[in-house]
Design a protein around this ligand. Structure first.
Ligand code: SF4
Length: 211
């Protein structure tokens, strides 16, 4: 039976323990599995890796509260997918427009690194989100793990659609998958991902949605 996502999920013992520890340390933080943000019918689904300790884990909204969301929301706003360029907290009134953001793993992992078993366990939730999509939808995978999680959820072999920044994969009888390097602090500060490169991905997305 399909299990519906719940912010009470504790199926990964290590992550449940880490959340409990985080709550003790930071009582004001959200410290629960972070639900997706945005309209379920949105044409664009953005898939990240997992909540950041002082980001989504603190605020309860994906990519909100830490560095990783700065470039993402700025770009979403620039391309008409967000009502504001900055996502500050869950009650700031920001809304996504025709876009939704989710994570491959819904709970913050220690050192931002979920184990393969945790990715596999949490796959049950993103799989439901992905299976609800059709040919008219686009999925933006932020990083290799998001890309591979997406393919695995659909039972597609990874070697048939290898991850590459900027690649557009027309999946058979499914949505279109677009890859980008993750907009993390590490990738942007090392110039692995520049603002121009990230904006080029969104220009491509807009073109695909309009076509
Ligand atoms: S990572 Fe996913 S499956 Fe694991 S405890 Fe969190 S919500 Fe549940």
């Amino acid at each position: 039976m399909t299990k519906k996502f719940s912010t009470r999920c504790k199926e990964c013992p290590r992550l449940a323990e880490f959340l409990a520890e985080s709550k003790q340390k930071y009582p004001d933080y959200f410290c629960k599995p972070v639900p997706p943000f945005g309209d379920e019918d949105a044409r664009l689904l953005i898939v990240g890796l997992a909540p950041g300790l002082h980001g989504a884990n603190a605020t309860g909204r994906p990519f909100t509260g830490d560095y990783a969301g700065i470039l993402l929301y700025k770009t979403l706003h620039k391309f008409g997918f967000s009502t504001a360029p900055e996502s500050k907290h869950i009650k700031d009134g920001l809304q996504l427009i025709n876009a939704r953001i989710t994570n491959a793993v819904k709970c913050v992992p220690p050192q931002n690194k979920p184990t393969p078993a945790e990715i596999k366990t949490c796959n049950q939730y993103i799989k439901q989100e992905l299976l609800a999509l059709t040919e008219k939808h686009l999925v933006l995978a932020l990083g290799r793990i998001a890309h591979e999680t997406t393919l695995r959820s659909l039972g597609i072999r990874l070697k048939d659609y290898p991850f590459a920044h900027g690649a557009v994969h027309h999946l058979p009888s499914q949505f279109t998958l677009i890859d980008s390097y993750h907009c993390s602090r590490y990738n942007t500060s090392t110039k692995r991902l520049t603002v121009d490169q990230f904006e080029a991905i969104f220009a491509k997305i807009v073109k695909l949605i309009d076509s």
